[in-house]
Design a protein around this ligand. Structure first.
Ligand code: HEC
Ligand code: HEC
Length: 256
């Protein structure tokens, strides 16, 4: 009975061909170019044009991202690092890491992080903007200048003198890189991050590793990968780690 299958298959292929390049497409007037170039017609569910119900133009995702970014800049100074010790610098951070943090703050991801300031801020940010917003922030230069272009190199601030690597940081490099730049998209760059911010995050992670549970209105952060190791760290280890990573250049360049 194999021939049945063959015939059926041939019919399916033939009709699919008709739908794609044939009469169905011609009706929409979209296949003229496709017929010449062999480009397949867009799927039926092509994105709707950005028009509001009343006919007025709706802001593009990119414009919405730009608008939201202004509110972020108020605290994070994206594009030019902020000066508040407990507010992290986010310009140039890994896109996937940022996206995951936004979900975590908003309480959508498995509970891994709580911060009332960020939760409040994100209550006005639609979730479909998280990914494009994260990508945009990741493209910004961590030293506050255009990441690309002929002027970028000329305006580069000089490299900072890094502190010697503390013993406690020995195992971190597998994921966070020998220069403090995350080796994967979901692993954050630590290089050049705020010292006070890093110290606080590490202390929160240690609290959770010791069994602390989230409490209403309090900051909380869990980091299972680090839990076992960090539970044994002393405050002096944590101070050394925070100081060391803050002293590295956020661009990942290491002074020889
Ligand atoms: C009112 C001040 C404020 C505003 C506005 C704000 N943030 Fe934050 N943000 C913070 C603080 C404080 C933290 C540190 C939270 C913590 O300790 O867990 C933070 C943390 C973050 C982090 C985590 C960084 C890391 O290294 O883990 C990301 C990502 C972030 N903010 C993105 C944004 C984005 C995107 C916006 C704009 C939609 C924004 N923030 C607006 C104050 C702010
Ligand atoms: C197996 C990989 C891995 C190792 C090893 C590792 N980390 Fe991480 N680290 C991660 C990932 C992934 C995240 C992001 C977690 C999240 O999404 O919340 C992270 C997050 C962090 C953060 C939060 C950064 C921020 O901006 O808030 C700090 C601080 C940190 N790690 C420090 C360390 C230190 C110090 C060590 C070594 C003692 C270490 N990590 C070892 C994978 C690792």
């Amino acid at each position: 009975m194999k021939w049945w299958g063959l015939i059926l298959g041939a019919l399916v292929v033939a009709s699919a061909g008709l739908l794609n390049g044939g009469p169905a497409g011609a009706q929409t007037g979209q296949t003229d170019q496709a017929a010449q170039t062999g480009t397949p017609t867009p799927p039926a569910a092509a994105p709707a044009p950005l028009k509001a119900a009343g006919g007025g133009a709706v802001k593009s995702i990119d414009q919405q991202v730009q608008d939201v970014l202004k509110t972020c800049a108020g605290c994070h100074g994206v594009g030019a690092a902020n000066t508040t010790p407990t507010r992290p610098d986010i310009a140039g951070q890994k896109a996937e890491y940022i996206r995951r943090q936004l979900w975590a703050f908003k309480g959508q991801a498995a509970q891994s992080r709580k911060n009332s300031v960020m939760q409040h801020t994100l209550s006005n940010v639609p979730e479909n903007l998280f990914a494009p917003l994260a990508r945009k922030i990741a493209q910004l230069s961590c030293v506050g200048e255009p990441a690309k272009g002929p002027l970028a190199a000329a305006k580069k601030p000089p490299l900072k003198e890094p502190l010697p690597r503390p013993q406690a940081a020995g195992t971190c490099a597998v994921c966070h890189g020998a220069n403090g730049i995350g080796v994967q998209q979901q692993v954050p760059n630590l290089a050049g991050q705020k010292r006070a911010y890093l110290r606080r995050q590490l202390l929160l992670i240690r609290e959770a590793a010791w069994g602390a549970l989230p409490r209403e209105g309090e900051a909380w952060r869990k980091h299972p990968i680090l839990a076992e190791r960090i539970a044994r760290f002393k405050i002096s280890d944590i101070d050394a780690l925070a100081g060391y990573y803050a002293s590295l250049d956020c661009r990942g360049d290491i002074l020889k």
